[in-house]
Design a protein around this ligand. Structure first.
Ligand code: SF4
Ligand code: ZN
Ligand code: ZN
Length: 318
């Protein structure tokens, strides 16, 4: 028996194969996994997530939102492997450049390279092409401040809209995003703290006429396991950090949840399960209200994305 240890913990052998030395200890279940078993288990969990929630149909035309970061490239790679079992489905990748100085350059190069290796069409577009301005211009000109909007708020809302616009052009039947368990719990908490009135499950398939569903196949995957998988598979980590990361409320929630889940292991799963059980009991409106400008679903007369784009354009003219 292998008696090597890390910080006094006897490693023993992998709980799954019983042969190799573990490289990962899953604290909430007590399971220790070697590199091979960890990678197999990682992919199996994504497969289980897809079938548990019915995220895809056998003949879907799936658009994967890639950013060049490890999360979206891991998702692209795994969906590529899974989709080999579904010959009638198609996989496309979309990259949206928000125009934040040179932040996306590395990501763009890596995404092109991985899409080329996997032979997946990569469609690139930018805020400049779609809206006529970059996020960098909006922040540096002081417009974001004038509108009392955090760069991440503008970025998130406009990126989401851009993705839907491109997915429609590509006739996608579903959009897959790389949101992990951590991301989804952060968003639920953020929505609660902001007093969001219309709470809905995130990353689950919801069929509504003329709306492309958005799904998150990594919704049960913890961020730390994703990082380890990316490392083991040689998927590059982005070397540049977005200059606006630390301006977001999400950053504070992320730091809090990471520490909390470390101290009280399994808390993220507990929160997700409990919160989604409650959400399941809230009746969702049968009719979908649509934006008067773009026709996308919204609870307002004009959606937040159209409102932001119109305000920025008018301020840029003056
Ligand atoms: Fe956009 Fe904020 Fe992420 Fe930067 S940190 S890419 S501004 S959401
Ligand atoms: Zn093993
Ligand atoms: Zn709109």
């Amino acid at each position: 028996m292998d008696t090597r240890s890390v910080k006094g913990l006897s490693l023993g052998t992998c709980s799954s194969c019983g042969k190799r030395t573990p490289i990962y200890f899953r604290r909430y279940s007590g399971v220790k996994l070697c590199s091979t078993c960890f990678k197999e288990d990682f992919v199996k969990r994504v497969r289980r997530t897809i079938s548990r929630y019915g995220l895809f149909r056998y003949d879907d035309r799936i658009v994967v939102a890639v950013s060049g970061g490890k999360d979206s490239l891991v998702l692209l790679k795994i969906l590529y492997e899974i989709e080999q079992d579904f010959p009638k489905s198609e996989l496309l990748a979309v990259l949206i450049d928000e125009g934040i100085d040179s932040y996306r350059l590395d990501g763009l190069r890596t995404s092109r390279e991985i899409a080329r290796i996997l032979n997946i069409e990569l469609h690139e577009t930018s805020f400049k092409d779609l809206y006529g301005f970059t996020l960098g211009e909006v922040v540096k000109s002081g417009i974001a401040e004038k509108l009392k909007l955090n760069p991440c708020t503008i970025c998130g809302i406009l990126r989401r809209k851009a993705l839907v616009t491109v997915a429609r052009k590509l006739r996608a039947t579903v959009i897959a995003t790389a949101h992990t368990l951590d991301d989804i719990v952060q968003t639920y908490l953020l929505n609660l703290l902001r007093g969001e009135k219309n709470l809905r499950p995130i990353g689950l398939r919801r069929e509504v006429e003329n709306i492309i569903p958005r799904v998150a196949p990594l919704r049960l995957t913890p961020q730390r396991e994703l990082a380890l998988y990316a490392y083991l598979e040689g998927i590059p980590f982005q070397s540049r950090t977005c200059p606006y990361t630390h301006e977001s409320m999400r950053d504070e929630i992320r730091n809090f949840l990471t520490l909390y889940d470390y101290k009280y292991t399994g808390s993220l799963y507990a929160f997700l399960n409990m919160f989604e059980r409650i959400l399941g009991k809230i009746p969702q409106p049968a009719e979908v209200n649509r934006c008067e400008i773009c026709g996308e679903p919204t609870d307002r007369r004009i959606c937040r994305a159209c409102e932001i784009v119109l305000s920025i354009r008018s301020l840029l003219k003056n």
